[in-house]
Design a protein around this ligand. Structure first.
Ligand SMILES: Cc1ncc(COP(=O)(O)O)c(C=O)c1O
Length: 434
């Protein structure tokens, strides 16, 4: 190894020789915005530092998990202690029970959870369980929602409500997605029609309650209320994918927010990831006891994992969940995020740039357009050129935003008033330069 500091460009070149596209997850390659991805050497608090030693204020936070910022001392301590006791046993541990108890305490819609290692695995397993529990095959998802890369979920809408989906990835056989119906987010009449046509065949409807994979789009309360009614009426399970929103938009996740808007509201099944692992590979899915009893070893639905409930990951997740329950945590996080979004909006207005933003808890989104989009098509119709210029303008000024206009952003408890002020100062310049 050379003793010279490698540049990001040199690392990217080297990476591309041995890793497809130079990255282990596509969005990291900066393909949407162009330019050279930053190779991260280390992180501390709200900052990440690239291989060249440049510091950035981090609004990705590993795409959501780092709600406390990087290197929180209590979390580090828990992880170090756990690592000393062993990395993996492939046998049950008390800490798995503690983490499950902690999650269930905060999410009353579930009686039990199963711990897994990634959001993809959790969503995939939730669908298998929904199919096994209902004895039905068909599922509904919404355009623009991402639930990981299981075959059945890599699908775009077919040519009408009578036809099911088409694969969005090579390598996914058409037969595998023939049971997945893709609907438009927030489209009530289409939802009604879909249930009229297929309600009796539906195992589940999976939804991101606030969609973070088309930047930041809320499901409207009337849409969610009707979705809940239709699922109940037709015996389909309503599955909330809270991999991103869970313990991030509120302590009880997005479902706690919908429960405030819709009396008695609960999803039938929920999927979590990101924050519950605090940056380690950990995810979960859960439901009421009768549904979870269908899972192996109790029931006929198979699901397993060598590293599931990993002792170091559960220590990290548990320490993270403890911190975010401290009094005032979410109030402070929400206030910082709101301050950021309001500040960006004001700075854009000063520069005469069409811009809207929204946020909830520690998650935010913004668009270069005049009104908040309600679905995938309107998100993708926003000004991509302006987004890309703004992204690079901010990156050049030391602010690391998500490198694609369809991704959400994240604020952590470590972002101080000074960090937010520095971000807004950079934004004022970047907006003026557009
Ligand atoms: C809502 C949602 N579900 C599922 C996933 C997949 O999680 P993972 O990347 O851990 O497989 C993601 C990832 O970003 C997500 O945002």
């Amino acid at each position: 190894m050379s003793t010279e500091t490698p540049t990001n460009a040199a690392l990217f070149e080297r990476a591309q020789r041995v890793i497809p596209g130079g990255v282990n997850s596509p969005v990291r390659a900066f393909k949407a915005v162009g330019g050279t991805p930053r190779f991260i050497a280390r992180a501390q608090g709200p900052y990440i530092f690239d291989a060249e030693g440049t510091r950035y204020i981090d609004y990705i936070g590993s795409w959501g998990p780092m709600i406390l910022g990087h290197g929180d001392p209590a979390v580090l301590d828990a992880v170090q202690k756990a690592a000393l006791d062993g990395f993996s046993f492939g046998a049950p541990t008390e800490r798995e029970i503690e983490l499950a108890e902690e999650i269930l305490k905060l999410v009353p819609s579930m009686d039990q959870v199963r711990l897994v290692s990634s959001g993809t695995e959790a969503a995939m397993s939730a669908i298998r369980l929904a199919r096994g529990a209902t004895g039905r095959n068909k599922i509904v998802k919404f355009e623009g929602c991402y639930h990981g890369h299981a075959d059945a979920l890599l699908v775009k809408a077919g040519s009408g409500l009578a036809t099911f989906g088409n694969p969005t990835s090579a390598g996914v056989p058409a037969e595998v997605v023939q049971h997945t119906l893709v609907l438009e987010y927030n489209h009530l009449t289409q939802l009604e029609e879909a249930f009229k046509l297929h309600g009796a065949e539906l195992a589940c409807v999976m939804i991101e309650p606030i969609a973070g994979n088309m930047n930041f789009v809320r499901a409207s309360a009337p849409f969610m209320k009707r979705l809940r009614e239709l699922c109940t009426q037709h015996g389909a399970l309503l599955v909330f994918d809270e991999v991103m929103t869970g313990f991030r938009v509120a302590l009880g996740g997005a479902q706690s927010l919908f429960a405030k808007l819709i009396p008695g509201f609960e999803p039938d099944m929920s999927v979590f990831g990101k924050v519950i692992g605090g940056g380690m590979p950990l995810a979960a899915f859960g439901a009421k006891r009768a549904v979870m009893a269908q899972l192996a070893p109790l029931g006929p639905v198979y699901q397993a994992g060598t590293l599931s409930g990993n002792p170091v990951a559960t220590a990290c997740g548990l320490a993270t969940l403890k911190q975010i329950q401290k009094p005032g945590f979410f109030e402070a996080l929400s206030a910082s995020t709101r301050q950021l979004v309001d500040g960006l909006t004001a700075a854009a207005r000063e520069a005469g740039v069409p811009f809207v933003g929204d946020c909830e808890g520690g998650m935010f989104g913004f668009f270069f357009t005049n009104a908040l989009p309600q679905n995938y098509a309107t998100v993708m119709a926003t000004d991509k050129e302006r987004f890309n210029c703004f992204f690079h303008g901010m990156l050049d000024r030391g602010v690391y935003l998500a490198p694609a206009l369809y991704e959400a952003g994240f604020v952590s408890a470590a972002h101080s008033a000074d960090d937010l002020a520095a971000t807004l100062a950079a934004a004022r310049q970047a907006f003026r330069a557009l």
